[in-house]
Design a protein. Structure first.
Length: 300
């Protein structure tokens, strides 16, 4: 099903699975004994929400957020590194969804300077227009020790619920592994997709410690869907309620038992609907995961 057809079907609730089942969830907070369920599919904002005061561009992002929450979304991830993304999210967030407790706000501290970490945290609260962030992370392990100290103090003040650290593009796994063994983190963020499975040992380690795993770049920066576009979807994809390659790719990622959620980024309302459908319905078991791997690798 092409994206235009998928959008039309999803908006009418027709046989897409988008409205047919509740979103699948996995918990964050296992380590502290106060778990909170998170929908398997969240959203990132890298590049996609770094837009200027263009009314048409902002309206598309408003629609993305509306579709996200209407489809049962929760985790929105951003960073000071992402240009205007935090400001745009804060301006466009549907406040009824925030008041209803649907938002799980995740952002980051990204600076080499100790004192600037506290400033960035305060800026994020202001930009998101929130009194508390759900998850604060040290972005790409930059000045980790100093920023974790700052963020623990923010948690003690009630400004943060959970703490974490991130890496991306398959980098610095050894450093992240040492960190999860040393620090009582609630979550880590890493890259995992069918083009890069190098994080699997790190995912397994986090799972043994009750640490949530958030997956960035589940589409390999969009490269995987582009390479699969126009290629026939296997008939057995229907067995896990996948109506297109993006859904199949996402279902493969989040069906890993150690993954808590994935955060694909998009500025396209139709793509958002397609992404969210991957978090509902059936997920592949181990045998079907291998079948998906073989099918994708044969085509790309």
């Amino acid at each position: 099903m092409d994206r235009r057809a998928f959008l039309a079907a999803a908006l009418t609730g027709a046989s897409t699975g988008l409205r047919a089942a509740e979103p699948v969830t996995r918990p964050i907070g296992l380590r502290t004994g106060a778990p909170q369920p998170l929908p398997l599919i969240g959203m990132g904002t890298w590049q996609t929400f770094d837009v200027g005061p263009n009314p048409a561009a902002l309206e598309r992002r408003r629609q993305v957020l509306r579709h996200f929450f209407e489809a049962g979304g929760g985790v929105i991830d951003s960073s000071p590194m992402y240009g205007r993304a935090e400001r745009v999210v804060g301006e466009l967030l549907p406040r009824d969804a925030v008041r209803a407790g649907k938002l799980f706000a995740a952002t980051k501290v990204w600076t080499p300077f100790d004192a600037s970490g506290a400033e960035q945290h305060a800026d994020s609260l202001a930009l998101w227009k929130l009194a508390r962030l759900d998850l604060q992370q040290v972005h790409n392990l930059l000045n980790t020790a100093a920023h974790l100290k700052t963020l623990r103090a923010a948690r003690d003040r009630g400004e943060v619920r959970f703490l974490g650290a991130t890496t991306s593009h398959g980098r610095r796994h050894d450093e992240m592994l040492a960190l999860v063994r040393r620090e009582p983190l609630d979550a880590i963020q890493l890259t995992y997709n069918l083009a890069d499975t190098s994080a699997e040992p790190l995912i397994a380690e986090a799972a043994t410690r009750g640490i949530a795993v958030i997956v960035n770049r589940p589409f390999d920066g969009g490269a995987l869907p582009r390479r699969l576009e126009g290629k026939p979807l296997p008939g057995w994809a229907r067995d896990i309620d996948a109506a297109g390659w993006p859904q199949l790719l996402l279902k493969w990622v989040v069906s890993h038992p150690g993954v808590t959620c994935a955060i694909p980024a998009t500025g396209d309302p139709a793509h958002m609907l397609q992404n969210m459908a991957a978090g509902r319905g059936r997920l592949p078991d181990a045998a079907l995961r291998r079948r998906i791997e073989d099918a994708v690798r044969a085509l790309v």
